[in-house]
Design a protein around this ligand. Structure first.
Ligand code: FES
Length: 159
């Protein structure tokens, strides 16, 4: 399906471009705006971002695949990112990851049948001092245990 920035987002892009020395340097915030509008980074989004940032689709793809903040498939309403990198791993990050997988009945990059949850195992999210942690969309939950994590998921189901 074709993707074009909305009028509102086109004016946001003007503001973004004014903060960078060239359009290429603004690719990350441009991708973020595109993802907010489209829900995820589709091939059509990559094509449009490459045009507005005046770079190749391969360059856009390199950014999209490097950062976990960009989704290449439509995530659930609540996108759960579980860190299993060193600090989190040493404090039961894998136990939390396994518990989330089991509770939701999905594996890495899966989405629950009702579209409520999606899951992603991620590398360090910069919150090592309060490991182990997960992110639910933009919100970090830190100093977790398996039990606290499952409680978070239960609470989200009731929202
Ligand atoms: S290792 Fe998990 S936040 Fe850094």
């Amino acid at each position: 399906m074709e993707f074009h920035f909305s009028e509102e987002n086109l004016s946001k892009l003007s503001g973004v471009f004014s903060k960078y020395p060239n359009k290429k340097a603004a690719v990350m915030p441009v991708l973020y705006i595109a993802q907010e509008q489209n829900g995820y980074i589709s091939n059509e989004v990559i094509s449009e971002v490459s045009k507005v940032c005046e770079i190749t689709e391969e360059e856009v793809m390199g950014v999209v695949t490097f950062y976990t903040m960009y989704h290449q498939t439509k995530p659930g309403k609540y996108h759960i990112q579980v860190c299993t990198n060193v600090s989190c791993m040493l404090r039961d990050g894998f136990e939390i990851y396994d518990a989330v997988k089991e509770k939701l009945g999905i594996s890495n990059h899966g989405v629950t049948g009702d579209g409520l949850f999606s899951l992603e195992e991620v590398e360090c999210m910069g919150s090592c001092g309060t490991a182990p942690m997960i992110a639910v969309n933009e919100d970090f939950h830190e100093n977790l245990t398996k039990e606290l994590t499952l409680q978070i998921l239960d609470n989200l189901k009731q929202v």
